[in-house]
Each structure stands twice: as structure tokens, then as C-alpha cells.
Ligand binder design. Structure first.
Ligand SMILES: O=C(O)C(=O)C[C@]1(C(=O)O)C=C[C@@H](O)C=C1
Length: 363
């Protein structure tokens, strides 16, 4: 290294050291304020509700609005989520239930939302994920609700019908599927393990690139990676988290058929989220089995100027050929327009369950 280069680098590195020192001081100052917030909540009998999704959403929106780069909004959002996760864990560490084993996209979604200070509690089924929070063994659950390629996650919708839990947040995750294997080439892959959803998301790629390989559906793509790691001639379709967790090389990357393949997860807890200014409300309703019944139920939304972002029908299960409808709206149930629409809907719908109002996913 030349002397000039050494001198120039040393000058800038000195400034980096000074900024790091300031950052460290500021981060600890922020952590002390978060501890104070925790003490105030405890004094007012709110010790059980340390996590405030609406407050976190507001912090992230402000950071994104004030960010002038060169760091991207995605990067600063990730960083501040981790800062809040660390601050919150000083107040009270949170236990998060999700569909395991470790290495699933659900784990990535849980970590994206709650940061690395949260305690991960992988479960063997979506039913168990709900149960863990209902029984107060875990604080929050993160469950998949819909995928942009494959549609609704039926089991989650069915469990939402009966659970007393509230939706208090959402996480949107870009899903990249990779073919993971210890084999050196596609020609040696005889079997592909994955979750049925992942096999479906990569159906065309498999037809083109591995037409002769047997496709085996298993409980999760992390389990698929575990199996593929232990068997000659086997591969798994799974994400980067599973590749890292089970030390499997990527034989082919980003093999999902749809380039925008995205999964939306919801966060479930025992508490409601307050308004953040950019919220969504989810509900379940049923309609009378009559002509025009559904349009009568939807009219209060357009009358009040409330925009509906999703309408999904699902068999009611207890009655043959009866359906319930899952609806997402823009706005919080405490907003005047949403309140008006919901009051009218309650008069018209034979069955109505508000699943929760919560901040829209930050990125
Ligand atoms: O503002 C609060 O209520 C806090 O507890 C502080 C804080 C934060 O670090 O900013 C931490 C946890 C909550 O989920 C929201 C925000």
C-alpha cells in the first residue's frame, strides 16, 4: 500500500470511528428511553402490551420519509426494525410462534417483522402456531395468509374463523425459491422435496429443467432441505434461510415461475393495534343465500368511500354450499369512514367478525 493511500484512508477511517462512537452513544441513549417507556407502561398497568405495532409503523414511515440516502429505504427500514427489536427486548423479550422448522419463509417473515432480538418458537403446524399464542405460551404468531402465485392459505383462513386472536400486523416477503442440493449437476437430481405451495410456484421450471425428477411434497421447505441434505440424488426447493441453516449449495437460483412471487403474512396477538395513519382492517362476513346479497353487503364500503383491497370466499364448512367472505379494507376501524361502513355492515350481514385493524406492511 502506498503512503498516500494509507494517509487518505486513515483520515476517512478516523471520521468513521468518530461517527461510530456517536452512533453507539445515541443507540444506548435510545435504549434508555425505551426502558423508560417500559417503566411508564408498567406503572399504568400496561406491562403486558409492550409491543406497539402502530408506534413501530410510525417510526419506520418517518425514517423512510426523512431518508436522503445513499442507504436505500429498505436498508434503513431493516436497520431501525433491528434497533427497535433490541430496545423492545430490554423492556420485555417477545416469543414469536411460526411454522417451523428453522429455515422456513415463515421464520424469515418473523425475523423481518420482529428483528433478531425476538425469541423464535418454531411449531410443527399452523394449528400449533395459533394454539401457542391462544394459550399464552408465545406472545405473537406470524402465519402466511396469501401468496401472489398460489392464492389463499386455506388452513390460516379456516383458523381465523374461530380464533379469539386479533390480527395486529402484516409482513410482505418476496419469495425466492432455489434448488438446493449437494449434487454437482441437475442431471444427478432424481427427487425434489418441497412444500406443496413451493412445488406449485416452480411447476413450469421443474417441467423444463427436471422433467424426470420425482416431486415429493413434505410439511415445509425447511424439512425438504433437511431431507435433501441427507440423501444422495435429492434436492429441495427452498429459500436462502434453509440453504444457510442446512449448509446446502444452490444448484439453481430464483427458480420461481413468477418473478414477483410474494407471500403476505399476518401477525396475530391477544391485543388490538391502534391507528398508525396507514392501516388495513380485515374481517369475515357471511351473506344470505339470495340474489344480490353479496353486493348489498359490499355497498356500505363504497357508500362510505372505503376502499376494499381483497375479497376471498371460502366454504363455511358447517353448512353445505354456504360461504364466508374474507375482506380487507383500507383504514382503521377507529377511522370515521370505516366505522360508518362497519356499523351498516353489522346491520346487513348475518355473521360479521372483525379480525383486526393493523398497520400496513412498511416495505
Ligand atoms: O414507544 C413505545 O411504546 C416503545 O415501547 C418503544 C419502541 C421503540 O423502540 O421505539 C419499542 C417497542 C414498541 O413496539 C414500540 C416502540
Amino acid at each position: 500500500m502506498s503512503d498516500d493511500l494509507q494517509r487518505e484512508l486513515a483520515l476517512v477511517r478516523q471520521q468513521i470511528d468518530s461517527v461510530d462512537g456517536q452512533l453507539l452513544g445515541l443507540l444506548n441513549q435510545r435504549a434508555r428511553f425505551a426502558q423508560q417507556v417500559g417503566e411508564i407502561k408498567a406503572r399504568h398497568g400496561e406491562a403486558g402490551f409492550i409491543y406497539r405495532p402502530e408506534r413501530e409503523a410510525q417510526v419506520l414511515h418517518r425514517i423512510q420519509e426523512e431518508n436522503s440516502g445513499p442507504l436505500s429505504n429498505e436498508t434503513v427500514t431493516w436497520f431501525f426494525r433491528e434497533v427497535m427489536s433490541a430496545c423492545l427486548s430490554l423492556e420485555q423479550p417477545l416469543g414469536i410462534a411460526f411454522l417451523g422448522p428453522l429455515g422456513t419463509f415463515s421464520e424469515s417473515a418473523a425475523t423481518k417483522h420482529f428483528g433478531h432480538a425476538a425469541r423464535l418458537m418454531p411449531q410443527i403446524s399452523i394449528d400449533d402456531v395459533f394454539r401457542e399464542v391462544e394459550a399464552s405460551h408465545a406472545d405473537y404468531a406470524v402465519v402466511p395468509i396469501e401468496n401472489s402465485t398460489e392464492g389463499a392459505i386455506g388452513r390460516t383462513l379456516d383458523l381465523l374463523l374461530t380464533t379469539p386472536l386479533k390480527i395486529c400486523g402484516e409482513v410482505v416477503l418476496r419469495i425466492h425459491q432455489h434448488l438446493l442440493s449437494n449434487e454437482a449437476s441437475l442431471g444427478e437430481v432424481k427427487k425434489v422435496y418441497s412444500h406443496a405451495q413451493s412445488l406449485a410456484q416452480c411447476h413450469e421450471w421443474l417441467n423444463r429443467s427436471l422433467p424426470k425428477a420425482q416431486r415429493i411434497s413434505v410439511g415445509s421447505n425447511a424439512q425438504a432441505a433437511q431431507l435433501a441434505a441427507a440423501e444422495a440424488g435429492a434436492a429441495a426447493l427452498a429459500g436462502q434461510a434453509a440453504a444457510e441453516r442446512y449448509s446446502l449449495p444452490q444448484l439453481a437460483s430464483n427458480v420461481e415461475d413468477e418473478p414477483n412471487n410474494t407471500t403476505r403474512f399476518v401477525v396475530l396477538g391477544r391485543q388490538d393495534a391502534g391507528p398508525s395513519g396507514r392501516d388495513r382492517t380485515s374481517l369475515i362476513m357471511s351473506a344470505h343465500n339470495q340474489t344480490g346479497a353479496l353486493s348489498k353487503l359490499l355497498a356500505p364500503f363504497s357508500d362510505a368511500g372505503v376502499s376494499m383491497t381483497r375479497l376471498e370466499s371460502r366454504p363455511a364448512r358447517h353448512t353445505l354450499w354456504a360461504y364466508v367472505f374474507f375482506v380487507d379494507l383500507e383504514g382503521h376501524r377507529a377511522d370515521a369512514a370505516v366505522r360508518t361502513a362497519l356499523a351498516e355492515l353489522a346491520r346487513r350481514a348475518p355473521y360479521l367478525k372483525i379480525l383486526g385493524s393493523y398497520p400496513m406492511a412498511a416495505t
